[in-house]
Design a binder for this molecule. Structure first.
Ligand code: NAG
Ligand code: NAG
Ligand code: NAG
Ligand code: NAG
Ligand code: NAG
Ligand code: NAG
Length: 736
């Protein structure tokens, strides 16, 4: 007769096994206070319905300074006390881990299953370092594969054995917990009686210190066709550990992994952790939105500072809740700042300014701004450096709503890998590139990233500043960059620094080649800050020139007319030239030319005389050439060549000595461009250009508009008389 399990019995058996495996396990940790790491630990636990009991919460930490010195005996004492009531419970398991630097990656029943497979009664995680007493190394049993040394940050075992271990010797609060456990393990008899084993190959526990190279984040579908989830894999042992511990110097490795696991980010839903803990400012009356101190730092001469300030002013946030703090260390920018504050300061609650004359160094100014924030009872501190352009006006609001202690908007130099965060740290605390750095910088992955270094723009929730001795969070260390000191101080107290690229927030200015000895130095930034240059100096209607719906303006046969540069450009170029001031004589003798003879002399200044020739040629190539190709079809010459590039000044009344018109001539060019730099009937009267073959004149020129016409043969032309004032035009003879 065969015995058959009825389905009901089968179900019962399965149920009782699982319930026994998970129901009979106690999960403990020790944490005295809420930190970012502790919140992460709890989040990971709740992801798998694990409900750890927290020991020591709200107490003063009594286990010594564990980061730099041995300590932590107190932890074991707390655990021992907690376990005593379960002393007789032979089948009860206990899982004990640290809290601030531990993440769960799986369910309890899986943890228990893997523990049972080892046959141990107590299982510790292993690591490659014999710590805190390296002298004990030789006492350790040899291992064939895997890490040899005990780490006490994570272990699982049966309650009776764990209690035996914890009672093996007296423990003092300040004793080292790892040394305590190590001694028990190295006591061969004790080890065998209590069946203590180490998880040498990370089947269950992964200590991360010193093994970053063995760890990979891998993604695989949860089920066929399902979304990809990320796992932590130890590629050396081909294991997928389910409790990970950022022990020792490996906090950043843990932070990096925590950006993906457990299910913090996946390719379909994107950033899941972004949606946690959000606050909503939408629709709140102004009086209820957080009070913000915006601290601006101008520590270097910076191109496009006006735009920087305007973008701060454009932030969509009630100004009656904003205090301003401005540290300007640069004399060059005094007027920019004054112009801004004279116009806008009254819109903000208060303004505190530190000027170049105050001669306060950056470090001190930054420290002062934190104090100032507290003085003003701020809820949020928002620091922005002059190179950080906050293009998205909702940035401040979005960052506050993200509700993290410290968070930066991702800012990059357009098209470059340069950004305001580091994905990883080198051993000596400098920049290192993380595997996902490029994906984040180019926003191929979007989300919220816990990183070891941020700079240039970030917010700090002031509860952090209030919750501890403010001086612990400071910028000041001799010979170290302020932002490096700041981040290093935050890392020391385990404050997570996030960078967000959930949306585009803005970009970074490149200040490296900013020559403030020039007149109009921003005009020279066409290479280094191309986008900002374009925003300021290219005509707003320029893109419309390429709208296929729009007909090109053609005032005379084969003479075309396009908006190309802004009023600002025109005024700046005139200013550059007038400031240089060496207008040519307007005679046929021109020592600037090879041969020294000018057939059609004008009063002009060449671009190369003001060091702007390369910039101008780049402008020709980038902005003029596409227009040329559009209207003179079939002519391609890239880059356009042009030896003669100059600004012409045509005066009438005030400088009767200067020549007001130009006799008929051909240009020695394939095509000629002519940009009107000032306003007809406002700045001057008369003027213009007559194309003799067609008996057609263009007189009604508009500032910032470009005329383009063929140079030789057909477009014999003459300059028309300026009858009043001064006219400026910009001329290039392209492809002579
Ligand atoms: C904001 O974050 C804090 C700290 O993590 C948390 O306690 C709070 O609940 C969060 N606020 C909301 C609305 O979730
Ligand atoms: C400041 O404003 C004045 C008046 O609008 C203007 O003339 C000047 O160029 C501005 N200065 C700077 C540096 O922007
Ligand atoms: C600042 O942090 C505290 C506690 O973490 C949180 O309750 C609060 O909502 C945060 N405030 C803002 C404005 O984000
Ligand atoms: C700055 O912070 C560090 C570490 O938090 C501390 O050691 C140092 O004394 C602080 N410096 C000042 C000037 O408060
Ligand atoms: C040229 O045009 C003007 C005005 O449009 C006209 O008066 C004149 O007769 C024209 N000359 C010739 C030669 O066609
Ligand atoms: C020249 O322009 C000035 C200023 O706009 C004006 O006052 C004057 O009358 C003009 N002269 C002539 C001759 O049109």
């Amino acid at each position: 007769m065969t015995f058959k399990y009825s389905p009901a019995i089968l179900l019962f058996v399965i149920f009782s096994v699982t319930s026994k495996e998970t129901g009979d396990i106690l999960v403990y940790t020790v944490a005295t206070e809420e930190t970012n790491g502790f919140d992460r630990y709890l989040d990971s636990a709740s992801e798998f319905n694990i409900q750890p009991k927290i020991l020591g919460f709200g107490h003063e930490w009594r286990g010594g300074e564990v980061k730099t010195h041995p300590g932590g005996g107190w932890k074991l004492k707390l655990l021992k006390t907690a376990l005593e009531p379960f002393e007789g419970d032979d089948n009860k398991l206990v899982l004990f881990t640290d809290a601030y630097d531990v993440i769960f990656l799986g369910k309890l029943d899986e943890i228990v299953r893997r523990f049972h497979k080892t046959g141990a009664r107590i299982l510790f995680g292993a690591e490659p370092y014999c710590w805190p007493d390296a002298g004990l190394e030789t006492k350790y049993p040899e291992v064939k594969e895997g890490k040899r040394f005990l780490n006490s940050g994570m272990f699982i075992g049966y309650v009776p054995e764990v209690l035996k271990l914890l009672s093996r010797k007296e423990i003092d609060d300040q004793d080292d917990d790892q040394l305590f456990c190590t001694e028990a393990y190295l006591d061969e008899k004790f080890r065998e009686d209590a069946q203590i084993k180490l998880d040498h190959t990370n089947e269950l526990f992964q200590n991360l210190n010193g093994v970053a190279g063995e760890i990979e984040i891998i993604s695989k579908p949860t089920k066929e066709g399902d979304i990809d989830k990320y796992y932590v894999k130890n590629v050396l042992y081909q294991t997928e550990p389910i409790v990970i511990h950022g022990n020792g110097a490996s906090k950043h490795t843990l932070n990096y992994l925590g950006n993906y696991v457990p299910n913090a980010w996946n390719s379909v839903e994107g950033c899941r952790q972004c949606k946690k803990g959000l606050i909503n400012l939408e629709g709140l009356p102004s009086k209820d939105v957080p009070v913000v101190l915006i601290a601006l730092f101008i520590e270097h001469n910076t191109p496009f500072l006006e735009e920087f300030l305007n973008k701060i002013h454009n932030l969509q946030y009630p100004k009656e809740r904003i205090h301003l703090f401005i540290h300007n260390a640069m004399k060059f920018h005094t007027d920019h700042v004054n112009n801004f504050t004279e116009k806008h300061a009254k819109e903000y609650v208060t303004l505190k300014q530190i000027t170049p004359d105050d001669a306060i160094p950056e470090w001190t100014a930054r420290d002062l701004s934190l104090d100032h924030c507290l003085t003003k009872k701020c809820d949020i501190y928002f620091s922005v450096d002059s190179i950080a352009h906050i293009d998205n006006p909702y940035t401040l609001k979005l960052l506050i709503e993200q509700n993290r202690t410290v968070i930066a908007p991702l800012l990059t130099r357009p098209g470059k890998a340069w950004s305001n965060f580091w994905g990883a740290l080198s051993k000596d605390g400098f920049y290192a590139r993380s595997n996902d750095y490029m994906d984040i910088v180019h926003s191929e992955k979007r989300g919220l990233w816990n990183v070891p270094f941020i700079s240039n723009a970030y917010i700090i929730n002031s509860t952090l500043l209030k919750s501890r001795d403010r001086t612990v969070i400071n910028y000041t260390k001799p010979k170290v960059d302020a932002d490096m000191t700041f981040c290093s101080n935050l890392r020391k107290i385990d404050v997570f620094m996030y960078v967000s690229n959930r949306v585009d927030f803005g970009h970074l200015i490149n200040p490296d080649n900013f020559d403030t000895t020039r007149t109009e130095p921003d005009m020279y930034q066409i290479f280094d800050n191309a986008q900002d240059w374009e925003d300021r100096y290219i005509h707003v209607d320029y893109p419309e020139n390429f709208n296929p719906e729009k007909k090109d303006l053609q005032p005379c046969p084969d003479v075309y007319w396009f908006p190309i540069v802004s009023e600002r450009f025109c005024n700046s170029l005139i200013n550059m030239m007038e400031n240089f001031g060496k207008w040519s004589s307007g005679t046929n003798n021109d020592e600037r030319l090879v041969g020294g003879y000018e057939a059609v002399p004008t009063r002009d200044i060449h671009m190369n005389q003001v060091g702007w020739e390369p910039h101008w040629l780049h402008f020709l190539q980038k902005y003029v050439r596409p227009l040329q190709e559009k209207v003179f079809i079939g002519y391609y010459h890239d880059p356009p060549k042009s030896l003669m590039n100059f600004v012409v000044r045509e005066n009438y009344r005030y400088r009767p000595d200067e020549q007001p018109s130009l006799r008929p001539h051909h240009d020695s060019s394939t095509y000629t461009i002519n940009i009107a730099l000032n306003r007809r009937n406002v700045d001057y009267e008369g003027g213009g250009c007559k194309f003799i073959r067609y008996n057609c004149s263009v007189v009604d020129t508009k500032q910032g508009w470009l005329l383009i016409h063929p140079g030789r043969l057909t477009h014999f032309h003459e300059g028309l008389q300026v009858t009043n004032g001064t006219r400026y035009i910009m001329i290039s003879f392209v492809d002579p």
